[in-house]
Design a binder for this molecule. Structure first.
Ligand code: PEP
Length: 246
């Protein structure tokens, strides 16, 4: 099945109003790359100003709370990020799973809250190096997927990002064969969970994607796009990744 590619950036805890000029250049490249979807997950403080800096660019958040409101100091609801201009959010990023001890059940609830609010989601899964070395990578990822896949999972609002924890921000990437085999395993798990809808769902690879390796990684079987951290912070580094996806 032909799936339109998605290249998404994740600025993490980086960026300021002064760096929003990067988004204007990214928005222009996104417009020119007509057959690829481009999206950027920003720090919450930049979501609203990004709307003016880069009109037309799909902007999202990096996390959201599952509850609609309440005593959750420091958290943001789906309605809050939507009001700021977010059209999607990442959920289950490994940095949140590790730093904030987020469970699969919480990740699932966040994704379901996004759907309820009419927003899209990118759900992240991925194994640690110890898990890969122990030969457990596919089992760990299948477990995360089974535990965190939201009710109503469908390709029009949900994408899955496979991000091996050991590849994030390290400059190390899995081999193309390893990426292809993990993505095939993810697709197979999705088929058991949601049937034929699995074949429409976009599977992104994330972890040290750069302009130099993007074409190779995007060429691996069952890879429908990329989730990009460090290289999404500058247009000079991110635009070549978009171009590799065209
Ligand atoms: C990420 O954090 O989602 C990521 C893929 O980071 P990087 O591209 O910097 O490895």
């Amino acid at each position: 099945m032909a799936r339109r590619r998605l290249v998404a950036g994740n600025w993490k805890m980086n960026g300021a109003r002064a760096t929003l000029g990067e988004l204007s250049a990214i928005a222009l490249a996104a417009q020119q790359a007509g057959n690829v979807d481009v999206a950027i997950a920003l720090p919450a403080t930049l979501i609203a100003p990004a709307g003016a800096a880069a009109p037309g660019l799909t902007i999202g958040a990096q996390d959201v709370h599952a509850a609609p409101s309440g005593a959750h100091t420091g958290c943001l609801s789906v309605a809050m990020i939507a009001e700021a201009g977010a059209q999607f959010s990442i959920v289950g990023h490994s940095e949140r799973r590790a730093d904030n001890h987020e469970t699969d059940a919480q990740v699932k609830a966040k994704a379901e809250a996004l759907r309820g609010g009419g927003l899209r989601a990118i759900l992240c899964v991925g194994e640690t190096l110890a898990e890969r070395d122990a030969g457990q990578a596919e089992a760990v990822v299948a477990g995360q997927l089974t535990g965190s896949l939201p009710a109503g999972a469908a390709a029009d609002w949900l994408s899955i990002a496979y991000e091996p924890v050991w590849a994030i921000g390290t400059g190390r990437t899995p081999t193309v064969a390893d990426v292809a085999s993990m993505h095939a395993a993810i697709r197979a798990t999705l088929r058991t969970l949601i049937g034929p809808e699995a074949d429409a769902m976009r599977l992104l690879y994330g972890g040290s994607v750069t302009g130099d390796n993007a074409a190779e990684l995007l060429g691996a079987g069952d890879v429908d796009g990329a989730l990009v951290g460090g290289a999404s912070l500058s247009a000079a580094k991110f635009v070549p990744i978009i171009e590799a996806a065209v």
